[in-house]
Design a binder for this molecule. Structure first.
Ligand code: GTP
Ligand code: MG
Length: 246
């Protein structure tokens, strides 16, 4: 007899996450993405026109427990093996493309804000990028998880234009990785961390939906359907329900 659907079977379809990379022109956004997806680092600066797009398939083995916490320990909670397709949108940092790039925030699930450690102005711009992100992330209930990348860490320390104090301040307020597209340093860690944050946010949102009172779901479901109320036994409705949650 064929085995019944297991959790792992259901999860074979990859999750799709939309990531957006923002920051001033020349900080290394395109190179960060290219190197992360396995393409070579480019010394020549070819500025991005509008937006570009790359994908990467990653595997996550995590455990989702009560309250949406994720851990890799097998502590008796449900194991989830999951393929995740990262759709990484590379935006142009140049001001003249701003009206185009702001339209790409919609539906974004994770953001990487990049600055160049050897360029003070790009560091000063972080505030503005975060503000822009908050203004434009419509379509989701909350602003998605975001991390900051201080790129070009391969450049000798004496040429950095950001002090230790400024970096410490930044770290106090935001999750920050010092990366290098030239050497690949911390790229895997940064994307992996952001993916975990998205998974965690998703687990919390799913749990919140599952905790919606049954009566609310039933009213919506029957209104949208044939008019017959298909009341389930018990007080839960699965995620696959076509009912719109309020
Ligand atoms: P726009 O597309 O204009 O927004 O720029 P961008 O942020 O995509 O910058 P891009 O990736 O094109 O890189 C700009 C320049 O910085 C290129 O000459 C790269 O070779 C260089 N660069 C990028 N990342 C690094 C890095 O980690 N280290 C060093 N030393 N140079 C880098
Ligand atoms: Mg670019």
């Amino acid at each position: 007899m064929a085995p019944k659907n297991t959790k792992v079977d259901q999860d074979k379809k990859p999750l799709n996450f939309k990531l957006l990379v923002i920051g001033d022109s020349g900080v290394g956004k395109s190179n960060i993405i290219n190197v992360y997806v396995g393409e070579p680092f480019q010394r020549t600066f070819i500025t991005t026109i509008g937006v570009d797009f790359k994908t990467k398939l990653v595997k996550r083995s995590s455990v989702s427990g009560p309250s949406g916490q994720l851990s890799n320990e097998n502590s008796g909670v449900e194991q989830q093996l999951q393929d995740i397709k990262l759709n990484i949108w590379d935006t142009a940092g140049q001001e003249r493309f701003r009206t185009i790039t702001t339209t790409y925030y919609r539906g974004t699930q994770g953001i990487l804000v990049v600055f160049d450690l050897s360029n003070k102005q790009s560091f000063m711009s972080i505030k503005r990028w975060i503000h822009e992100m908050e203004q434009n992330c419509t379509g989701s209930t909350e602003v998605p998880p975001a991390i900051i990348l201080g790129n070009k860490s391969d450049i000798p320390r004496e040429k950095w234009e950001v002090s230790d104090e400024e970096l410490a301040d930044l770290r106090g307020n935001h999750t920050t990785f010092l990366t290098s597209a030239a050497t690949g340093e911390n790229l895997e860690q940064a994307f992996s961390h952001l993916t975990e944050l998205i998974l965690k946010r998703r687990a919390i949102e799913n749990e919140r939906k599952n905790n919606q009172p049954f009566s609310t779901i039933d009213i919506k479901g029957s209104a949208a359907g044939s008019g017959k109320s298909k009341k389930k036994k018990g007080n839960t409705l699965s995620n696959s329900s076509k009912c719109t949650l309020l």
